[in-house]
Design a binder for this molecule. Structure first.
Ligand code: G3P
Ligand code: CA
Length: 360
């Protein structure tokens, strides 16, 4: 295949070679063991080539957000304990320029902001509060999540900075990757994320340990340019809704409702994060394999089924289509489904195969 897809496959092959070199250079010992696990995070996937694909990734969506308040250290820590490959912080920024993990651009849904602060500029926008102010807030459980017995004012239930999320992943007893999403899609966010990755020594290799995602193709492109200038090699993933044009070509609906043809995507894009829940143009095996044939990895969002039996059926259906990764609110259920699919093949050092005992 000519054009962007061929360029993308070349990039992926270089990434695979880079991972192998890393293993050889480090030699025996704990670092080598860690490096050997890296290809499972996507380093040696070769797009639509017929070679066996790596084990599908489990991405903890907003942390283990079905169990613990979303985007908290408590939720990320539980996801790591459950065996997630990567944890997903959606990123907002504070008024004083600190990257924080939060999905919404306002504070009301997930925190007690309205009880602590009067409205500012007519609302409770994350970007109108300094980081020190955001830290005083308590993140509350939503949906099926609970505090797991933690007191409401436990530090693990505060809004974390991206720095803290990165430190938590680094402290894990096995390699755990990061999958940040640029929510505000502007230059300042791109600059803050690149600076943070550099500060933490992340994304130095194209090993899949850091995926960076956005619904905004322009922001993702800006990130690619900025990370190249900084010598970084995170995996860029474009988010959207899968579909087909009237003449059957594969396309993705991105921010602003625009449809982008997969054949015309920027070759720097290495993966797609695709909605699985739409009814009108449901994801199917042909779409998945068609995208993979263009050198793209496919990660589906969001697996939010809490019932283990129903969840098992849903995971099995999408894994049979060939998805390369699952954004899940219940990482233990996703880990179990991937293990079933792969005959137990796993390089994860820690695993919990059932849900935690929930506290109050
Ligand atoms: O990033 C994948 C998925 O998380 C997109 O949805 O709204 O949860 O960020 P959202
Ligand atoms: Ca997200």
């Amino acid at each position: 295949m000519a054009g962007p897809a061929a360029g993308r496959r070349q990039l992926l092959r270089q990434a695979a070679l880079g991972s192998a070199t890393l293993v050889l250079r480090r030699g025996p010992g704990p670092a080598a063991v860690a490096a050997l696990a890296l290809p499972a995070l996507g380093g040696c996937a070769l797009g639509g080539d017929s070679a066996a694909r790596p084990r599908p990734l489990v991405i903890a969506h907003r942390g283990a957000s079905g169990y613990r308040p979303e985007h908290t250290l408590a939720g990320y820590a539980l996801a790591i304990e459950m065996g997630a490959d990567l944890i997903e912080p959606d990123l907002q920024r504070s008024r004083d320029g600190v990257l924080v993990a939060m999905h919404d651009d306002t504070l009301q849904r997930t925190t007690d902001a309205t009880e602590r602060y009067p409205a500012r500029n007519g609302a409770w926008r994350v970007a109108d509060f300094d980081f020190a102010e955001l830290r005083r807030l308590r993140v509350r459980p939503t949906g099926s999540a609970t505090t797991g017995g933690l007191a409401a004012d436990d530090p693990a239930l505060r809004i974390p900075s991206f720095d803290e999320v990165a430190e938590l992943a680094r402290a894990a007893p096995r390699p755990v990757g990061l999958y940040p999403e640029l929510k505000p899609a502007d230059e300042a966010m791109v600059g803050l994320l690149v600076a943070a990755l550099r500060r933490h020594g992340l994304a130095r290799q194209a090993d899949g340990q850091v995926h960076v995602q956005s619904f905004h193709d322009g922001a993702l492109r800006a990130f690619v340019v900025a990370q190249r200038a900084a010598g970084l090699a995170a995996t860029p993933v474009l988010l959207g809704t899968p579909g087909r044009s009237a003449d059957g070509r594969l396309q993705l609906r991105v921010a602003g409702g625009r449809w982008l043809a997969l054949d015309a995507l920027d070759p720097a894009v290495q993966g797609l994060g695709v909605a699985i829940a739409q009814r009108t143009l449901p994801l199917d095996a042909a779409w998945v394999s068609g995208a993979q044939a263009r050198g793209l990895r496919l990660h589906g969002w969001t697996f939010a089924q809490a019932d283990p039996t129903l969840a098992a059926a849903e995971y099995a259906r999408f894994l049979a289509m060939g998805l390369d990764g699952l954004f899940s609110n219940y990482p233990d259920l996703a880990v179990a489904a991937v293990a079933r699919r792969t005959g137990g093949r796993s390089d994860r050092a820690a695993r919990v195969t059932r849900g935690p005992a929930d506290g109050p």
